[in-house]
Design a protein around this ligand. Structure first.
Ligand code: B12
Ligand code: SF4
Length: 555
């Protein structure tokens, strides 16, 4: 039964089963346990910005925040909820958890365990992971009291007022249980005054435990790439912070916390090119001497913009290239011309130290020919290794992405051979994650990202990629008997790199050699991790490495 005027939905059946679930509000709330359950990657640790923004507004409301960052736990993993539940021991009566899609099953499992131990606990979830399936999560796991969708500061403030009995519902921007019913407060309008928000609660973290600093200067993206969920998470609108506030925060990270290399995590930092130019000019005028990196976009880059960015300290850039086939680029609404990609990579490689070129394969409409075009482009990009580093991962159907909404019937469990190409951890393949596997299989609509899509000629595509991996292994192995190759483990030597690349005639082999060159460079710089934005300590792999997969990976 549902009442569309109030957004109210009654779930008596569920309450019948979970008679112990939260049906009222705690009388007083003075403190809150706030946990970031996002794991880092590549041996890097970065302050979790979203939860720290939430912590700052919660503190402003006079609550004590017990902040916990799960990625700092040596035993952290997402194969079950055990480790997270143990990490949350001795929590306060209200527990708020943030995660991305990859950790959502572990978070749900952990809350289930904690709920059994202390049924009166109030659980609130937020972040990109639970946002997509807010209402479904409450229906399916009714021990969770509320899920905040998207931008969280104003919503969480109102929710706390609601718990305290100071404001009534429904609360826009979230779904929540109250008096035995689920309420959906509908959309909350975006915060257009980002400068008025308190800075992330940086004082709650121990900076010595973090290798990198990050900031966000723009929230949202105005493109609509169909495999991405950013537009659905933030709305199709980009909201900017002022440049002065942005640069002041970067300088504060440098001066107070000693971080002179900062990653800018805006979904597409270069959306407004005039703003980027002004940003660069301000950094130069203020002699900030901060190294930074950002997410670019092929169709927005020009040689003069790239030069100015490099001059102003930009050392690394991430390009979501996503396909080399115009057909796929058009069908995914990328708004990029395939012929522009290599020129942009070339002039970018002449200015930046590090470029991540990320490709996706496994689209439902990607023919073998489309895939070969992607591979050819990745092969050309690899000739710019080790500056350009190619990533090649299978499409992960994110729950809010238009492509998943279009093809939900094409979800397919990954095959064991897909393992090394998956974007999210291979939970459906992993013997160690049996509980979580059941959670996912029981509600694929909540966790579609752990599946793949049916895609034409999948085996042939995989075989070509396996060839790239063999070339990577071979090149790394060469360092054992080839003194020229071994030299690359110790020092930069462009002629040796060129020779290794030139010896390969098949695109897949060239990709493998390019990846090996990237690996050698990381080995040369291993004493200085975090010196370059986006550069970590990851091994020689074609997709990003995560703790859970490392143990079973082929390299
Ligand atoms: C930095 C980053 C990372 C870092 C994380 C570092 C860290 N410790 O935080 C690294 C590189 C590790 C990473 C990895 C991954 N990432 Co990532 N990442 C980002 C990025 C670029 C910025 C995150 C950020 O800081 N945002 C700024 C803050 C302010 O926004 P926010 O976190 O969303 O927080 C707001 C709300 O969500 C909400 N909120 C957040 N937490 C909470 C908690 C509570 C209690 C409440 C009430 C509200 C709330 O309020 C906040 C303020 O308004 C985003 C894209 C983006 N621009 O957001 C992608 C993004 C979050 N990543 C994404 C993905 C898919 C991943 C990966 C799973 C795969 C991948 N891309 O490699 C891995 C998984 C992590 C892992 N195990 O390795 C997706 C998430 C999709 C989804 N629906 O979950 C995003 C959105 C990018 C995308 N569209 O592909 N990522
Ligand atoms: S992939 Fe990048 S450019 Fe496309 S919608 Fe997502 S954030 Fe925007």
């Amino acid at each position: 039964m549902s009442d569309s005027s109030t957004g109210e939905v009654s779930c008596r059946n569920q309450l019948g089963v979970f008679s112990h679930v939260f049906v009222g509000r705690p009388r007083s709330i003075r403190s809150i346990t706030l946990c970031s359950a996002t794991l880092g990657e590549d041996g890097k640790t970065e302050p979790p910005l979203g939860p720290l923004y939430i912590a700052a507004v919660v503190e402003r409301l006079g609550l004590e925040v017990d902040f916990r960052d799960f990625q700092l736990q040596p035993a952290a993993h997402g194969l079950s909820g055990d480790a997270l539940a143990a990490f949350l021991a001795d929590h306060h009566a209200v527990v708020a958890i943030s995660c991305f899609v990859d950790m959502l099953p572990a978070v749900i499992d952990a809350t289930r365990m904690l709920h059994r131990q202390r049924p009166e606990t109030v659980f609130l979830l937020g972040g990109p992971g639970p946002t997509a399936s807010a209402r479904r999560i409450l229906e399916k796991y009714p021990w969770i009291h509320g899920v905040v969708r998207g931008e969280g500061e104003e919503t969480v403030s109102q929710w706390i007022g609601f718990l305290r009995g100071q404001v009534g519902g429904p609360i826009p921007g979230m779904c929540y249980w109250d008096q035995g019913k689920i309420y959906d407060g509908g959309e909350r309008s975006r915060n257009l005054a980002l400068d008025s928000l308190p800075l992330p609660a940086y004082e709650l973290i121990d900076w010595s435990q973090y290798t990198q600093a990050r900031i966000i200067t723009t929230r949202g993206c105005s493109y609509r790439c169909s495999f991405c969920d950013v537009t659905q998470l933030w709305g199709n609108r980009s909201v900017y912070r002022s440049l002065d506030a942005t640069i002041t925060e970067m300088e504060m990270l440098r001066d107070r916390y000693g971080k002179s290399c900062v990653g800018i995590v805006d979904d597409t930092f270069v959306l407004n090119r005039e703003r980027v130019r002004q940003f660069c000019r301000m950094l130069l005028e203020r002699r900030s001497s901060i190294a930074w990196g950002c997410f670019g976009r092929i169709n927005l880059m020009t040689p003069d913009l790239v030069e100015l960015m490099a001059k102003a300290g930009c050392r690394g850039i991430f390009y979501g290239i996503d396909s080399g086939s115009q057909n796929v680029l058009d069908r995914t609404l990328k708004k990029v011309r395939a012929e522009h990609i290599m020129p942009v990579l070339r002039f970018s490689a002449s200015c930046f130290d590090r470029i991540e070129a990320s490709f996706i394969w496994g689209y439902p409409f990607e023919s073998l020919r489309d895939f070969q075009k992607t591979l050819e482009l990745a092969g050309q990009a690899s000739t710019l290794a080790p500056i350009v580093s190619v990533q090649m991962h299978m499409l992960s159907p994110l729950p809010l992405s238009p492509i998943y909404r279009q093809y939900p019937q094409l979800l397919l469990e990954p095959e064991p051979e897909d393992r090394q190409w998956l974007l999210l951890p291979a939970l459906l393949l992993d013997e160690r994650s049996s509980v979580i596997r059941d959670l996912i299989r029981d509600a694929p609509d909540i966790y579609p990202g752990f599946y793949t899509f049916q895609t034409p000629a999948k085996r042939k595509k995989r075989k070509l990629l396996e060839r790239a991996m063999r070339a990577l292994n071979r090149t790394v192995g060469r360092t054992l008997f080839d003194s020229a190759a071994a030299r690359l483990l110790r020092e930069d030597c462009r002629p040796v790199e060129r020779k290794l690349l030139a010896a390969e005639h098949h695109v897949a082999d060239r990709i493998g050699v390019g990846l090996a060159l990237g690996f050698f460079r990381r080995v040369r710089r291993r004493d200085n991790p975090g010196a370059l934005p986006f550069e970590g300590t990851r091994g020689p792999r074609i997709v990003r490495e995560r703790a859970e997969t490392a143990e079973t990976s082929s390299l």
